[in-house]
Design a binder for this molecule. Sequence first.
Ligand code: PMP
Length: 300
Amino acid sequence: MSPYLTYKLMKKTALCWINETIMPARDAAISVFDHGLLYGDGVFEGLRFYNNKTFMLEAHLQRLQDSASAIKLKLPYSPAQIVRAIEQLIEVYVGDSGYLRLVVTRGEGSLGIDPRKCARPNLFIIADELVVMDVNESAQGVSLHIAHTRRTPAQCLDPRVKSLNYLNNILARIEASRAGCDEALMLNMAGYVSEGSVDNVFIVVDGILKTPALADGILEGITRAVVIDAAEQAGIHCEQTSLQVEDLLQADECFLTGTGAELIPVRRIGEHVFDKAQIPLLPIIMQGFKNSIADYCSED
Ligand code: PMP
């Protein structure tokens, strides 16, 4: 039996590492005075592990550190301690692949926004399964709704900060579900395409891959970077450039990327349904992406 958990787990149970202890996630608790809960004052990361190995761990830890620094939050544990906690969780988790949610909050304080009232940030990590959407459905592709809710501009909250403030994206997602769509397509204040509510967006035009530039107000997705790399390795050039909705509607292919989504084709945007591309590049990019996971998470 693992030294980190005092009882044996028989089936996949969501687990939580909190205060240096691992427990079933349903038993984990934080204070109602935690400013992460009261004000969304905190940052997070979503990671996947395959074959008991966390994919792109260094990149996720770096982004966590960058997000924390951007909101003047000091991580309560060192990177080495966080890596150890993740390893312990994966060791106890039933199943060799899954999803990890790493959350750092400002910590317990008083009723009042001042972060100086919070003595110590809290960090907890959840390990669980992640079912993004029905596999058959996602193989066909998802539907996107062009949301009225615009992506928060960098002058208000830098979209590169993965903060606990997701209301902007949630409102866009509510619009999408009300319109009968799977995901929202969010525009920036200038009307250019930014990203989905929890994923980055790509198109293929005449054999070239295109995705909004960081300056268009997006989260710098780690899957996005892996996909750009995999495409370049397969000889497919990628342009990071401002895109209009029209560009998406006229594209040969469109897809979303994210740690949760991995790589999902888009079947339709609003009323526009994508025809089957004459020379589809998506299967090549998808294969390159799978190879990257296999290389990174190999058993050695
Ligand atoms: N954009 C937003 C707003 C997201 O929440 C996410 C998911 N973290 C992404 C893009 C995709 O980023 P990543 O590939 O690093 O998961």
